[in-house]
Design a protein around this ligand. Sequence first.
Ligand SMILES: [Zn+2]
Length: 133
Amino acid sequence: MKFIDKLRLWLQNRYGFDELYLFLSFVCLIFILLSVIPSLRILGVFAVAGICYNTFRFLSKNIEARQKEREFYLKRRDTVKVNFNLLKKRIKDRKTYKYFKCGSCKAVLRVPRGRGKIEITCPKCKSKFIKRS
Ligand SMILES: [Zn+2]
């Protein structure tokens, strides 16, 4: 049996790569690069820990647990993406719109600027509040 066949057999039923693996690899790379700076040397320890965890996940046979970790990561990533896109939109619209958070359901509402004191009705929960736009 050739080495490559033995390796293939050994890697069978292992979890392998996913989005979390790539993200952790990227973070570890950044940490390694930053650990060159003497005051940030501790980041090297975190990078090694991250690489160990990544290797553990890659070789793990507990597929179900690794998929749960992946789903947890993807949910957080999507939340960050949504918030980042909202921030980009708010910066772009800052001269024409004002943003408010609904007091009861926390929905973000966009209102045209320069209308004075206005009553805002939340489209989600229908609660009303007065703000200066
Ligand atoms: Zn609301």
